[in-house]
Design a binder for this molecule. Structure first.
Ligand code: HEM
Length: 448
């Protein structure tokens, strides 16, 4: 059995290792690392040893079969400032308990009732659009998915606090993104402008959320059907206990943070890809016209919109909002014949895997119809994994797919979106999630 030291990677590196080259162009760097060094590439970020794993079988071992040997990598520590010890950031036994408590709220039969809010907020947004105008679509999609998750979480109870929550979450997201990507780590205790702004936003969120939790504990009403009432009513099937107020608060924040930017970016990328691929756009419009004929979609229409589903799958293939997953070794473990040491980081990149020509013919082309057949049965598991996999697979995957499909249908049956004239070339920016760099300005034209 070989040891980690024998894994190929660039040699003769400076102290910073590959960090500068990676920071300059993370996606290009990863694609090249795989091309040059194969399915396991040794990279160094300063003193840290990182191994880029691009073999589906080995990815499966890390995320599924041998997952207990790993924990989430350090990058997530910053997120803890916002989401506390929620399901996204907790580990081991604590994570498993939270997963048991939250899972039922995200079952397919439960989330169906959020379809109406998704469509309603989509319609509400369209009411402010004017045919022929240019809009910052990335902002529109972010606001839309934030409104939807806020409504899904609290139902109609906080109409007045929505703006406060929206603003505070926005500040929190920007803070986490900035901290996760900046070279110098400024301690949270220093009174810098962004630290103070963040603290104020966190205090606002706590005040609003704890206030609502207290109110709901006093007047429980399980028939409300929103996510918060499900979290408050959730009981662990193993010991019958529920969550403390602090735990509920952490899960509310987790779902806000994990549950809107990813879907918003997926939608933005989809509008961009459709605008660049007239044939696919035509097939998309034809399906919507045939099924909806100008009316609003409903939950029951979902199964009648296969092409729209394939558009979402293909968009997540080319521009996966979660572009890489990192895991840190907790104990020595063997993966694919290599033994890794505690402290080593394994990186698995959806962006790299989804563009492999051996799994996806003409990988750079946007071809939604590739998902029409049995592609996912033909390629190995974990060659396509936009939602991760194993016990930490995205808990909101069905929610996200339903939301993206219904919003594409709501918007696409009424408007055509084209990149604004003279738009600079669109490039992906891999921050915490993969976004179109500088945002997308698009001209929106009414279709009927
Ligand atoms: C297109 C949209 C989305 C994408 C691409 C996405 C992707 C992912 C990925 C890759 C993971 C696993 C991360 C890892 O293993 O390190 C994850 C976890 C998670 N996602 Fe999503 N997600 C999306 C939407 C959502 C939505 C809508 C929600 C909630 C409403 C959500 C809630 C979560 C939570 C709570 C976790 C942590 C699960 C755990 O650790 O047990 N996500 N997501």
């Amino acid at each position: 059995m070989s040891s980690t030291v024998n894994i190929p990677g660039p040699k003769g590196l400076p102290l910073s290792g590959n960090l500068l080259a990676f920071r300059k162009d993370p996606l290009g760097f990863l694609i090249k690392a795989r091309q040059q060094y194969g399915d396991v590439a040794h990279i160094r970020f300063g003193p840290r040893h990182v191994y880029l794993i691009s073999d589906p079988e080995q990815i499966k071992e890390v995320l599924l079969t041998k997952q207990s040997a790993f924990r989430k990598a350090k990058g997530l520590q910053t997120a803890k400032a916002v989401v506390g010890e929620g399901i996204l950031t907790s580990e081991g036994e604590k994570h498993m308990r939270q997963r048991r408590l939250l899972q039922p709220s995200f079952r397919k039969d439960r989330i169906g009732k959020y379809a109406e809010a998704m469509i309603e907020y989509g319609e509400k947004m369209l009411a402010s659009w004017k045919s022929g105008e240019t809009r910052v679509i990335t902002d529109d999609m972010m606001q839309l998915t934030l409104d939807i998750i806020t409504h899904t979480m609290f139902g109609t109870s906080i109409a007045d606090g929505v703006d406060d929550i929206s603003h505070a979450i926005d500040v929190g997201m920007k803070y986490v993104t900035h901290k996760a990507t900046s070279v110098i780590d400024i301690p949270e205790s220093l009174p810098t402008k962004s630290n103070l702004e963040f603290k104020q936003a966190a205090a606002t969120l706590d005040k609003v959320i704890f206030g609502i939790i207290e109110e709901r504990r006093k007047h429980p009403d399980p028939s409300r059907g929103d996510l918060l009432s499900m979290l408050l009513a959730a009981r662990d099937e193993e010991d019958g206990t529920g969550m403390s107020d602090r735990q509920v608060r952490d899960e509310v924040m987790t779902i806000f943070i994990a549950g809107h930017e990813t879907t918003a970016n997926t939608l933005s990328w989809t509008w961009y890809l459709l605008s660049q691929n007239p044939e696919a756009e035509k097939a998309f419009h034809e399906e919507l016209d045939r099924v909806l004929d100008g009316r609003k979609p409903t939950y029951d229409d979902l199964e009648k919109l296969p092409f729209t589903h394939h558009v979402v799958s293909e968009s997540m293939r080319l521009y996966p909002a979660a572009w890489a997953i990192n895991r840190e070794m907790q104990q020595e473990v063997e993966i694919g014949g290599n033994t890794y040491k505690p402290g080593d980081t394994l990186m698995m990149s959806q962006y790299v895997m989804h563009r492999r020509p051996d799994f996806f013919e003409e990988p750079e082309r946007f071809k939604p119809e590739r998902f029409a057949g049995d592609l996912l049965k033909k390629i190995p598991a974990f060659a396509y994994f936009p939602f991760g996999g194993g016990p930490r697979v995205c808990i909101g995957n069905n929610f996200a797919l339903m939301e993206a499909t219904l919003l594409l249908a709501t918007i696409g049956s009424r408007y055509t979106l084209k990149l604004a004239p003279g738009h600079p070339p669109v490039e992906p920016e891999p921050l915490v999630t993969l976004r179109p760099k500088g945002g997308l300005q698009m001209a929106v034209t009414a279709r009927r």
